[in-house]
Design a protein around this ligand. Sequence first.
Ligand code: IMP
Length: 434
Amino acid sequence: MPNIVIVGAQWGDEGKGKVVDLLTDKVQVVARYNGGHNAGHTILVGQERFVLHLIPSGILHPGILCVMGNGMVIDPWALEKEIAELRARGVTIGDNLVVSDRAHLILPHHRALEAMTEEMRGDRKIGTTLRGIGPAYEDKAGRRGVRASDLLRPADLPERLAEARRHYELICRGAGRSPDLDWDRLATDLTGFGERLRPRIADASLVLQREMAHGYSVLFEGAQATLLDMDHGTYPYVTSSSAAAGGALTGLGVPPSRIDGVIGIAKAYTTRVGAGPLPSEIGGALEQDIRDRGHEYGASTGRPRRCGWFDAVVVRYSIRVNGFDSVALTKLDVLDHLAEIKVCVAYRCQGETIREMPADLAVLEACEPVYETLPGWSESTGGVRDFGRLPAAARGYVDRLAELVGGEIGIVSTGPERDDTIVRPQSAVGSWFA
Ligand code: IMP
């Protein structure tokens, strides 16, 4: 199979884990390129439910090499916990998991800083996961971060931590807070992580280059999603990493010429966790109904997700930014009971119709959705595996979405199980599955 990037087309939680899991049978390597344990990828294998936060979903498949890229930020406590939990459930984690030596670490002061800055934002909170993601990327950009490779040189750790500590204490003093972290203890803890993680810390770019030179295929797994991307998302209501397809290159040290295709994952409706604009937000009892039917509660934080109608402006924009060869439409079955379904086709703002995603948050916040109403199908699509077997109105819905976003919908997911999936043979992904 070619080397494929999997990217969320909306605001995250589109069901990327399931599509990665499906395609993993066709590849030898799964490599994650961004984010940290803010992500929560839920995968059902038979009766077993796994939620992965840091480790690529490929770990559930024996014989797959999993790579955590330099574009990620890794909380070593969270990583060890996830490894231990997976092992306790019988998942083998040995030399099948590589951590980039250039990945930055999330340390306790990042969580403290994030709690402080979110609190200081008052009613303009981002609604982050409070896992220290943003401050870890800030330290990276500020050139005072600590990387996985630093764990391998424990004698230098106090010096590596000194810059981050100075910056942290400066902010605490400015905010009138007491910086009460035990940095000596931190250096000791990190030394321990270094001893335990040493065998898996490696030059991830080099590992991938060698794998590809052997003819092995790589699945590049993005976390979060395009509208949460630091550059292309609804800034400032975004995460702090490059979640869009371009992040696969910088976040793993892979050249553009090695990427053969991109699959975008979009839900048949829209969800978002945390604050920020969601133009097609449904509101009221119907939103709660969709939230409950779709189990729309955060896999990492348990927070209820905000639910909206499918927003074609968003997915069309995602196709432009990422160049999706094909879109996988997930959770179609959640809409089964509805008599009619709305789709946002454009925005109205100050008397103008907008068809492209505005950069200006004030404009986006003032946008009213323009809806097209499509007939529902009022019958179950749960578990349907053949496009032709979907009710006519469900086929009509999928085809109309494809028309509106200007791209093919090659996969339709009709339930949480691996097999509850339609792969359309004539689509770009159809040949990758064959
Ligand atoms: P952070 O990534 O914790 O800094 O949070 C920034 C924004 O991204 C918040 O709105 C979070 O709710 C959102 N976010 C982060 N990770 C995920 C995810 O995996 N799924 C959905 N939203 C996420």
